[in-house]
Every structure is written in C-alpha cells, then in structure tokens.
Design a protein around this ligand. Structure first.
Ligand code: UT7
Length: 326
C-alpha cells in the first residue's frame, strides 16, 4: 500500500517584520542578520492569533486542495513547539475549529522536525489500515517563545503553518522515512521553564527561562552534520540515488546551514528550496510551508522526487523521500 500527500495548504501571518524593524528594538544590524542567517524578513502572528488559529487556516486550505470535507478526517496530528497551551493538545483545538467531528487528535513534539515525525507517524496509521485520511500539520507561533531582549535568538524566528492531508495513493507517495534523536544534546536548544521541572515562579521571571535558550554554534554543527548524514541514510534505505532527487527541502534555520548541508551532501543549490529570506525559521512549519510554496507556484511535477530533511530541539532530526503525484 502506498501513502502520499493528497492535499496541501499553508498560511503565514500578514505582519511582515523586517531586519530594519528589529534594528530599532535590539542591538543588531540588517547586515549581521543577512550575512549570518540569510534572513531579510519574517512573519509575526497578530496578538490575538495562537498556533491553532494559524493551523486552522492551513488545514482548511489543505482540505480544499484534497477535495475532502472535515468529516472525512480520521486523525489530526499537529507537530508544534509552541502549542496554544501546555494542554489540551493544539490538535484538539484545531479539530474543533475546523469541525472535524470524526477525528482523533494529538500533538507531536519533536523540535523543528515535528512535521517530518508527524507525517511518518501518520503514514503508519494508514498503512496499518486503522485510518484512511489524516491531517498532518506543522504549526507555530514560535516568536512568542523568544526573548525580545536576546539578539541571538529573537532575530531568527517567524510564525506560520503548513498542513498536509495523507491518504492512500495509486502512484508515488512516501518512499521512505528516517527519524533520529540524541537526548544527550538536549541542553543546546531548550525552553527550560513552565513545565514540571521548573514551574513558573518569580525566579523564572527574573531569569527569563520561560523563553528559548540556544547554543547557536552547537546547534549549527549538529544541523550541518545531520542534513547530510540522515539524508544519505534515507536515500540508501529507499534505494534512490542522490542524482535523481529533483527537490531538496531542508529545514529553514539558517542559509549558511542550508548551503553547507547541501554542499556536504552534494546537491546543487538549483534543487534547493529556500524560504528563510522571507519567512525566517518557522520551526515545525518550515517544511510544509516550503513544499506548499513550490506546489502553488506550479513547480512540483508528477513523479518529481522530493527529499525533505529537518533538525532541531531534542536534538532530533528526520528525513522523508517521496515521489510527488497528485
Ligand atoms: O531550528 C533549529 C534551531 N536553530 C538553528 O539551527 C540555529 C543554528 N545556529 C545558527 O544559525 C548560528 O549559530 C546563529 C545565527 C545563531 C549565530 O551565528 P554565528 O555565526 O554562530 O554567531 P555567534 O553566535 O558566534 O556570534 C558571533 C557574534 C557574537 O559577538 P562576539 O562575541 O563575537 O562579540 C554575538 O554576540 O555575533 C553576535 N551576535 C549578534 N550581533 C548582531 C549574535 N546575535 C547577533 C545579532 N546581531 N542578532
């Protein structure tokens, strides 16, 4: 049985925040941000928007694209690192917002590879025969998890949501997936407070540990290594030669990581999808948003081979190789 994407949709908030805007509030420069990260602008959600609101819009677009009703959905999985609240799951809020009355719902937290992990998990439910149509969403209002006084993180992130409907397909679809985690590196990218380890307190407020803490250089090294390692692994497993990959969609964290990773893997930049200049790092949303972008632009052709790879908090990484057919 083959499983693939039968519907695709995304949403990024309308508010554009440029590097010049950030220069006004932080000790940073447009030049530093551009040369160190490749980011020119990013999107910030409106104050009244939370992750489920962005996910709802992307999900409705994906359902329309799949020509399915919300009642046809059996399961919703939201990959996110910025849920509306600690519980209930954002997926349950999305289920209610889109009226998917027949769907079970849960969140999957796997750092930036959240959508890769969730799509891999969703595909197993279909292969096992348990469910037919699954909404897999990567959605974030991750900018709310960032400290507006920390120039090392605040300038890098943006909000967005990408949604995919998975179902059985006659041709193409997912060829293979690979998932990886190394929890011994957890400290390099973490939001330390607000959970059971460090509940909210005056100390937490003072330390600002309710915001993301990142060791940028360690994350950088892990990311470049993982892009090539896990991509090679998934291609080997699928028996797909690197040369036959038509589109390479890496997680959009830093243009330097993307270029170094693509070079290490041996894939030319013409095949690499880049959105970081416009959207920054939207964490678990970055891959489905980038996929939807090339789909809407009419660039994805039937039987194109698409390699998607991501890395992030955990530390985790994940890759999917698929053949596009829709
Ligand atoms: O989604 C997955 C998670 N994230 C990532 O994958 C991010 C991975 N890491 C990175 O992308 C890069 O490490 C960063 C973009 C975060 C930083 O780039 P870098 O080349 O590793 O810079 P750095 O951390 O070594 O900092 C160099 C300098 C420092 O100043 P000093 O100590 O040399 O005087 C920083 O304080 O740049 C300074 N700096 C800034 N300057 C202006 C850090 N952030 C800024 C800033 N504006 N926004």
């Amino acid at each position: 049985m083959k499983v693939g994407i039968v519907g695709l949709g995304s949403y990024v908030p309308e508010r554009v925040v440029t590097n010049a805007d950030l220069e006004k509030v932080l000790d940073t420069t447009d030049e530093w941000i551009r040369t160190r990260s490749g980011i020119i602008e990013r999107r910030f959600a409106r104050e009244d928007q939370a992750t489920s609101d962005l996910a709802k819009i992307a999900a409705e677009r994906a359902l329309k694209d799949a020509n399915l009703s919300p009642y046809d959905i059996d399961l919703i999985i939201v990959g996110t690192n910025s849920p509306d609240m600690l519980y209930p799951a954002t997926a349950c809020l999305v289920q209610d917002k889109i009226g998917a009355k027949n769907a079970a719902a849960f969140d999957l937290q796997a750092g930036c590879p959240g959508w890769i992990y969730a799509a891999t998990v969703g595909a197993q439910f279909i292969k096992s025969g348990m469910y037919k149509n699954i909404l897999v969403i990567g959605a974030e209002v991750i900018t709310r998890m960032m400290d507006s006084t920390d120039r090392g993180t605040y300038v890098l992130f943006g909000d967005g949501a990408g949604a995919t409907v998975l179902s059985t397909v006659e041709n193409g679809g997912f060829i293979s997936s690979e998932l990886y985690a190394d929890g011994s590196l957890a400290q390099y990218l973490t939001l330390p407070a607000g959970g059971s380890r460090k509940p909210f307190s005056e100390e937490v407020l003072k330390e600002r540990t309710y915001f993301t803490k990142m060791d940028g250089q360690e994350v950088f090294k892990f990311s470049v290594r993982e892009i090539s390692r896990i991509s090679k692994k998934v291609l080997d497993k699928a028996n797909v030669p690197l040369e036959s990959v038509d589109w390479f969609i890496p997680h959009q964290a830093n243009l330097r990581i993307i270029k170094a990773g693509a070079q290490k893997l041996g894939i030319p930049m013409e095949k690499v999808v880049v959105t970081i200049d416009k959207f920054g790092n939207s964490s678990a949303a970055s891959i489905p948003v980038a996929l939807d972008k090339i789909y809407r632009e009419g660039k994805l052709k039937n039987s194109d081979k698409v390699l998607m790879v991501s890395f992030g908090a955990g530390m985790t990484s994940g890759a999917i190789i698929m053949e596009w057919s829709k």
